[in-house]
Design a binder for this molecule. Structure first.
Ligand SMILES: [Zn+2]
Length: 223
């Protein structure tokens, strides 16, 4: 986009120059007029922690009617949506992290990119309860988070959601559980996924992911 915009800008500049008989002065930008209006704060309040740049953050509808809509979110699937059939929940088994950090980790393992579709932060690498959208999602690409022998469908049609944290040692935060419930509800509505197809990773293969402290009952009560 940038080169195109620059080209358009230079064309506009040439047109402006032609419109005033190509005087050099046309190309010199006039200083802005003095401002006598009210003073406004130019800096927004920010958390003390510095947060990394993030490509996309999911904003879900908050209203209880649960109307599923992608709204104007830039990350919404741009092409045909995949017929998702499962939702698989994971923990990162790390105390901290973010989608970008797990993306690097997964690439270091030789995977194509971040294996999950969504990552829900715990206030370390992203905000607490923030839903980060993985790079697979806008492409509607199969997951790489739940490889089960003879069951390729869990990766092929399973949406992978990872909560940051090690839930063998800690518990998911309230903000994470709220965000997870909202995300799961949204995806259930959008793709017609029944409650019976919402799994923890450990329910599909021999792993304790998403950790012994992950409370399935708590999640289902929120749905
Ligand atoms: Zn897992």
């Amino acid at each position: 986009m940038r080169p195109l915009l620059a080209a358009l800008a230079s064309l506009a500049c040439l047109a402006a120059a032609a419109g005033c008989q190509q005087k050099q002065a046309c190309l010199v930008r006039a200083p802005p007029p003095p401002y006598f209006g009210p003073r406004v704060a130019t800096a927004l309040p920010m958390p003390s922690r510095s947060s990394p740049a993030r490509p996309a953050t999911l904003e879900l509808p908050r209203d209880p009617s649960r109307s599923a809509s992608w709204g104007t979110a830039a990350w919404r699937p741009s092409d045909l949506e995949r017929p998702w059939r499962f939702i698989v929940i994971h923990h990162s088994a790390t105390a901290a992290g973010s989608a970008a950090q797990f993306d690097r980790m997964h690439r270091d393992r030789g995977w194509d990119e971040l294996g999950y579709h969504f990552v829900i932060g715990n206030g370390t690498g992203s905000y607490d309860g923030e839903v980060e959208v993985g790079s697979r999602w806008p492409k509607q690409k199969h997951g790489a988070h739940c490889k089960v022998a003879d069951h390729p469908e869990y990766n092929d049609y399973g949406i992978g959601i990872c909560l940051v944290g090690n839930f063998d040692l800690a518990h998911p935060s309230e903000a994470q559980m709220q965000a997870l419930a909202r995300l799961v509800r949204f995806l259930m509505d959008r793709y017609g996924i029944p409650r019976g197809r919402i799994y923890g990773h450990g329910q599909l293969k021999a792993t304790d992911c998403p950790g012994r402290n992950f409370d399935y009952g708590d999640l289902f009560r929120r749905l």
